[in-house]
Design a protein around this ligand. Structure first.
Ligand code: ATP
Ligand code: MN
Length: 483
């Protein structure tokens, strides 16, 4: 007989109490007893709610009930009856109890009390058994599903770009090398460097930082595509916004200009967030309460004016502010914190990159809504971005979100071969290595655009969590790859 005859708690909660027999399985959160009765609250991860089962010690072996302690995994069959207590409209009267997996309650790290996020990060192998992390993972699932749904409905094709690459799209040298050479004794070339021609791929290879360049190749055939895969950056940025391994969504569209690109990104973000509100109501409500509690520990001037749920609705209901880099620069230069020298990086000359303190000022203090900044100085952006007629700026866009900073980076791409090659020469990017990329501009080039959304930054925004390490199951950051 098959084992899985259980009812998920999510479905069980919807059933009417008609004395029917049901089986539940899950992990014990709490157990309390008196002489007459034992209450066991279990959770199976299907929803935020626990389910309370009720055992009469006269019928169920006492030793067995003792083993159904916090952390243990149990299976229980019984009759579904109307609940006597508050909070749950049915309860299960236990007829059969089976311990699927015992847990020593003294040794089990996840106790029925509030644990710090730091402690839970050290116990990431068990943290999904808490309400907070299970809620985050369910929301993460919904967001990922909505990404595919959004693009699928619009006729975009999901493309898998390589994870191992020989090109460095960003030209930043912040990549993880992939090699099978013996690190103690690598073959050397005539110059005394490592001879990568003897490596697995007969060249130097790395983990990808972005699927964009290959995405562009696909868009030049299928018109509208998107990628959704892991990306890797070996940058040593120990911030609450950076992971060494994160997931990125990168749509790339033929026949789109910079404005089409902005329209798509705004519509996409609003759709994804509205789907989370629609389908993750209980989890979001839980996280909303959690975030409100956290707010109380913050200094008055750092508190959010809006609650988590209000922030999500606000993003959906309001148009994103659209400004150019030059406008942003003017606002920042004239801003009070700049004049009072409050910025760690003062805003002075046109052309410097915006730091996260500037982005947050624009989003959280000045506009108080998501902001799309476009037309950045070409010197601070990538070689492939479309060069504007002014000769100084490129058709880039960054989308900035409250509490997050940059969530999306994108651009219209330079489709003109000569202009692209000239820019690559200026930046010392090898034309020979990029021959395949340049071929798109040689054969049937087309105006096109795209952007990259950091998936974890989106999950961070939607869950209201403060640290990106808490919105991915097993975070990879400098010094951390335990689980
Ligand atoms: P930042 O300035 O915040 O480091 P970036 O300019 O390096 O971002 P892009 O190269 O444009 O970012 O990548 C596109 C998107 O990927 C960003 O908008 C962001 O949402 C996300 N992202 C970039 N780096 C990371 C990272 N280390 N961890 C998580 N998400 C990231
Ligand atoms: Mn970066």
């Amino acid at each position: 007989m098959a084992f899985n005859t259980r009812t998920k708690i999510k479905d069980l909660l919807k059933l009417a109490p008609e004395q029917q027999t049901v089986t539940v399985m899950g992990w014990v959160r709490t157990r309390r007893s008196n002489k007459h009765v034992t209450f066991i609250a279990i959770n199976d991860g299907s929803c935020i709610q626990n389910y309370q089962i009720v055992a009469d010690p006269a019928f169920i072996d006492e030793e067995l009930l003792k083993k159904a302690a916090t952390g243990a995994c149990i299976k229980s069959t019984g009759k579904l009856v109307e609940s006597q207590g508050a909070g749950q409209h049915t309860e299960l009267i236990v007829e059969r109890l089976e311990i699927l997996g015992e847990a020593d309650p003294e040794a089990y790290p996840i106790q029925p009390k509030k644990h710090s996020l730091e402690f839970l990060r050290e116990n990431a192998h068990l943290r999904m058994r808490t309400n907070t992390f299970a809620a985050i993972m369910r929301i993460r699932h919904q967001l990922a599903f909505s990404v595919h749904e959004y693009f699928h409905r619009k006729g975009f094709f999901y493309i898998q770009t390589p994870i191992i690459t020989a090109s460095d799209a960003e030209g930043a040298g912040e990549m993880f090398r992939v090699s099978v050479l013996d690190p103690k004794n690598p073959p050397l070339n005539d110059q005394g460097g490592v001879d990568f021609t003897q490596d697995f791929f007969e060249r130097e290879t790395n983990l990808t930082v972005s699927g964009q360049l290959e995405g562009e190749l696909a868009a030049m055939a299928l018109s509208e595509i998107y990628t959704f895969g892991p990306t890797f950056r070996a940058e040593n940025s120990n911030t609450t916004r950076h992971l060494a391994e994160f997931w990125m969504i990168e749509p790339e569209m033929a026949f789109y200009d910079a404005e089409d690109n902005q329209n798509l990104a705004e519509d996409f973000l609003k759709y994804i967030i509205s789907q989370a509100l629609l389908h993750c109501h209980d989890d979001l409500e839980f996280l909303d309460k959690r975030a409100s509690e956290e707010e109380k520990n913050k200094k008055a001037d750092q508190r959010n004016e809006l609650s988590l749920l209000e922030r999500l609705k606000f993003v959906i209901d309001n148009q994103f502010e659209r400004i150019t880099y030059t406008q942003a620069w003017e606002i920042l230069r004239e801003s009070t914190p700049n004049k009072k020298k409050k910025f760690a990086f003062p805003i002075d000359a046109w052309g410097t990159d915006l730091q996260s303190e500037h982005e947050r000022f624009l989003v959280e203090k000045h506009f108080k809504k998501p902001v799309i900044i476009s037309d950045y100085p070409k010197a601070i952006k990538s070689f492939y971005m479309k060069q504007n007629a002014d000769g100084k700026t490129v058709a880039a866009m960054d989308i900035l979100f409250p509490g997050i900073g940059e969530i999306v980076g994108g651009s219209q791409r330079e489709e003109n071969l000569d202009k692209l090659v000239r820019r690559m020469e200026e930046l010392n990017i090898s034309r020979e290595e990029m021959w395949w990329y340049l071929d798109t501009r040689r054969f049937g080039t087309a105006p096109h655009a795209g952007f990259g959304l950091g998936f974890e930054r989106l999950v961070l925004f939607v869950t209201g969590m403060g640290n990106i390490r808490d919105v991915i199951p097993f975070p990879r950051t400098p010094g951390n790859a335990e689980f």
